[in-house]
Design a protein around this ligand. Structure first.
Ligand SMILES: [Zn+2]
Ligand SMILES: [Zn+2]
Length: 91
């Protein structure tokens, strides 16, 4: 998603349509990127509208995150918590 290499120990599987909604197709993402998706979108939103990587990265909040994380080294993880606060969408 962010076009960086994914180290073995940071591979996370993301269900494009959440399992709870019957989704089966998965993609591999960085743990930090995966966390970010779920902190921005609810399962309902993912199932309804954001069921492809393309639509996910088109979301302004997600795009901000991707632009930011793209310049980080692949092993970068510690700022996950911080990023969640920086890029959380106002609800
Ligand atoms: Zn996921
Ligand atoms: Zn990533």
């Amino acid at each position: 998603m962010c076009e960086r290499v994914i180290p073995e120990d940071q591979r996370d599987e993301h269900h494009l349509v959440p399992k709870s909604k019957g989704g089966k197709k998965t993609v591999l993402l960085h743990r930090i990127c995966h966390d970010q998706i779920h902190s921005i979108f609810t399962d309902a939103q993912l199932a309804k509208k954001f069921s492809t990587i393309e639509t996910i990265v088109e979301d302004p909040a997600m795009r901000t995150f991707v632009t930011w994380v793209r310049n980080k080294p692949p092993g970068f993880l510690d700022a996950a918590k911080q990023s969640r606060q920086l890029f959380r969408r106002g609800r």
